[in-house]
Design a protein around this ligand. Sequence first.
Ligand SMILES: NC(=O)c1ccc[n+]([C@@H]2O[C@H](COP(=O)([O-])OP(=O)(O)OC[C@H]3O[C@@H](n4cnc5c(N)ncnc54)[C@H](O)[C@@H]3O)[C@@H](O)[C@H]2O)c1
Length: 296
Amino acid sequence: MKKITVIGTGYVGLVSGACFSEIGNRVICCDVDQRKIDLLNRNEIPIYEPGLQEMVTRNKEQGRLLFTTEVGEAIEASDIVYIAVGTPMSETGEADMRYVMSAARKIGEHLNGHKIIVNKSTVPVGTGELVREVVQANKKYPWIGFDIVSNPEFLREGSALSDCMNMDRAIIGSDNPEAASVIEELHAPFKTKVFKTDLESAEMIKYAANTFLATKISFINAIANICEKVGADVEDVAAGMGLDSRIGGKFLQAGIGYGGSCFPKDTYALAHIADKAGYEFDLLKSVIRTNQKQRF
Ligand SMILES: NC(=O)c1ccc[n+]([C@@H]2O[C@H](COP(=O)([O-])OP(=O)(O)OC[C@H]3O[C@@H](n4cnc5c(N)ncnc54)[C@H](O)[C@@H]3O)[C@@H](O)[C@H]2O)c1
C-alpha cells in the first residue's frame, strides 16, 4: 500500500486517483476548486466515465480515497505526489505552465519528508527539471530530499477507466533508478508494459505520440481531398492502407479533422518546443494547417 496524493482532480487526476485506490493504495485527490471537491464529497462525479461513479464510491467507503481542497496537508500526508493539473494552450500556442508551477511551489512549501514527485500533466520537455528547481527553491527544510519522475497519461475520454485499469503501457522517466522502480512497482497490479527512460525522453514521448496520431488524421484528410477530385473512395483507400500492419487502420477516418482537449493544444505546444529548440518542424506545421483547412 502506497500513500499517494494527486494534485488536480480533473479528468486525469480523478481517474488516475480512483484507479490507484482501486489497486489498494491510499489516495488523496486534492484540488483548488472547492465546488468540484464538494461534489465529489457528496458522491457526485463531475465527469461521465463508465464505471467511475461505482469505483469512487467503493474506494471512498473503504477509506482508500479522499477528496480535499487542503492541498498542503494532502502533500504532507503522502510519499508519492502526482501533479495532474491542466496545461491549457496559452495565447501564443505554448503550454500554459502556471498551474504546474503553482503545484510545484506548494510541494516545496509542504515537503516534510522525502517524496517522489511525479508529473502526469502533458508538459514541455524540461519541465521536470523546472519543477525540481521550483521545489528546491521553496523547501522549508533544506536537508529533505525528493525525486522527480515523469509518468505521462494516455487515457482517452469516454474509455478512461478501462484505459487506466487495462493500461497498455506505462512510460516512466527519471534520472534516479530507485524512484523509477517505486513507480514501476505502483503499476505492477495493472499488469502493463513498463518502459523506463530518462525524464526528458518521457516528456517527449507524450507529445511525439499525440502529434503522430494527429499526423495520421491530417494525412488521411489530405488523401480524402485528393480522392474527391480523382473519383476514389477514401473509406476504401483507408481500409486498404490499414491492412498493412506497418500502417494499421486506426486514426485513418477522414472527417472534419482532429479536435478534443488534447490534440490541438499538444500539436501547437510541440511546434513551439521545436521552434524554441531551433528546429523548423515543417511536417508538424503542415499537419496543423491541414487540420485548420479541413473545417471549412
Ligand atoms: N483529458 C484528457 O483526455 C487527457 C489525457 C491525457 C493527458 N492529459 C493531460 O493531463 C493534464 C490534466 O488534464 P485534465 O483534462 O485532467 O485537466 P482538467 O482541466 O480537467 O483538470 C485540472 C484540474 O487541476 C486543478 N488545479 C489547477 N491548479 C491547481 C493547483 N495549483 N492545485 C490543485 N489543483 C489545481 C483544476 O482546478 C482542475 O480541476 C493536462 O496536462 C492534459 O493535457 C489529459
